[in-house]
Design a protein around this ligand. Structure first.
Ligand code: PLP
Length: 411
């Protein structure tokens, strides 16, 4: 098998699994219990949170552990329900769909007043776990440029005095596009200053989903100027269903689950100790190998692009080194995925969840690709299961399969 879909899932690494194992058996105690072995588990859990937080320049107390990135993204949006935000008057009425969206946002995000509005801006290429919540909030999309980067002019034009939350992922999950978050943060800082001068009290927060970027970019929340950051263990050779939300002191959230009050009362439920221990190990390893992996994937990416034939490269610039997005004009990429699987090569047409529902990629549409180009697009994502030999072997197999398809279509 040659697995080229590391953006969809990564295997739990050997070292991560070893670190997790004791917490399924000998160290099974509930961290909230009063006896000594449980207190030791609680201590190890906090230490692991500290390791995760340290990797992004934060403290353990800044992190809310969640059951994956979807939940962290959903939790981030409760920031707009902060009771301290003054809303003198609702935003001028928009289309009725938007008003309906605002109401269901309120319902979805825990009992906000139904007349409440949800002043959210989000990038049009965000993952569905951001888009769906933002849509429910009547949020407005920020356009991307044809190269996948945020259109900063569009962002500036759409920020109003009611805007409270802007959500822009650090790296896109279909293209690997790395967004210029420092530039976005600088714009936000200017707007906050201007609001201060004019006595406008509305907060303005920046949320970023870093699910895909954690093992390939050096992330520091303070340096980037981020208020809320989503992390995902499942994409960095850690366990699935484990994530975290970094929350700066500027953001006040509302709980998604109510119960025992774990995670500062924001995410009640007995702690996933093994998961968090595994997450900490995975992030430690990711940081240790960050530069080496970037070099390796960059070399392999170049090799793939040199060996492959007859494609149009979609993610030409500003992309994570592990992402190669290609378009084979006139060919059905879904058929390619199937034919390549028969030859032992695993690739994707887009985000795994969208692909499984047969939905056309909103990301490729947002960067201006035609329906035909979208239909012919393949995503290859490199990772730790790969070797250099595999890269050349995969290129050979893909070339053969594409040629066969082209011949079949000609006849
Ligand atoms: N955000 C991004 C950018 C992702 O790529 C994914 C998963 O594919 C998610 C969020 C959702 O992660 P999970 O399914 O682990 O909740």
């Amino acid at each position: 098998m040659i697995y080229l879909d590391h953006a969809a899932a990564t295997p739990v690494s050997e070292k991560v699994l070893e670190a997790m194992k004791p917490y399924f058996s000998d160290e099974f105690f509930n961290p909230s219990a009063a006896y000594l072995p449980a207190k030791k588990v609680a201590h190890n859990y906090e230490t692991a949170k500290g390791v995760i937080a340290h990797a992004i320049g934060a403290k353990a107390s800044d992190l809310i552990i969640t059951a994956g990135a979807t939940e962290a993204n959903n939790l981030a949006f409760t920031a707009i329900l902060d009771g301290q935000i003054s809303r003198s008057a609702p935003r001028p009425a928009g289309p009725s769909a938007r008003a309906a969206g605002a109401n269901s946002c309120a319902a979805a995000l825990r009992n906000a007043p139904s007349q409440d509005i949800c002043p959210v801006l989000y990038l049009s290429t965000e993952h569905d776990s951001v888009r769906r919540v933002a849509e429910q909030c009547g949020g407005q999309e920020i356009d991307v440029l044809p190269n996948g980067l945020v259109n900063l002019d569009d962002l500036k034009a759409k920020i109003t005095d009611e805007t409270e939350l802007i959500s822009i992922s650090l790296a896109n999950n279909e293209l690997g596009t790395i967004q210029p978050l420092a530039e976005v943060a600088a714009i936000i800082r200017e707007i906050k200053l201007d609001r201060l001068k004019r006595g406008v009290k509305t907060k303005l927060l920046l949320h970023s989903d870093a699910s895909q970027a954690l093992n390939l970019l050096d992330i520091n929340v303070a340096r980037l100027g981020i208020d809320l950051l989503t992390l995902n263990a499942a994409k960095i050779y850690g366990p699935k269903g484990v994530g975290a939300l970094y929350v700066s002191h500027n953001a006040k959230l509302k709980p998604l689950t109510l119960g025992g009050g774990q995670e500062n009362g924001l995410r009640s439920g007995t702690e996933n100790v093994a998961g968090v221990i595994g997450f900490a190990k995975a992030i430690e390893l990711a940081k240790e190998h960050l530069n080496g992996n970037r070099k390796k994937y960059s070399t392999w990416r170049k090799a793939l692009l040199a060996e492959l034939q007859g494609y149009e490269l979609i993610n030409k610039k500003h992309s994570l080194d592990s992402f190669v997005v290609l378009c084979y004009n006139g060919i059905d990429a879904e058929r390619l995925v199937f034919l390549l699987e028969e030859k032992g090569v695993y690739v994707a047409t887009g985000a795994a969840c969208a692909a499984s529902k047969g939905v056309r990629s909103h990301v490729l549409k947002a960067i201006g690709l035609s329906d035909e180009q979208i239909a012919g697009s393949l995503r290859l994502t490199l990772g730790e299961t790969n070797t250099e030999e595999q890269v050349y072997e995969a290129a050979k197999i893909i070339n053969t399969v594409v040629r066969q398809e082209q011949n079949r279509l000609k006849n």
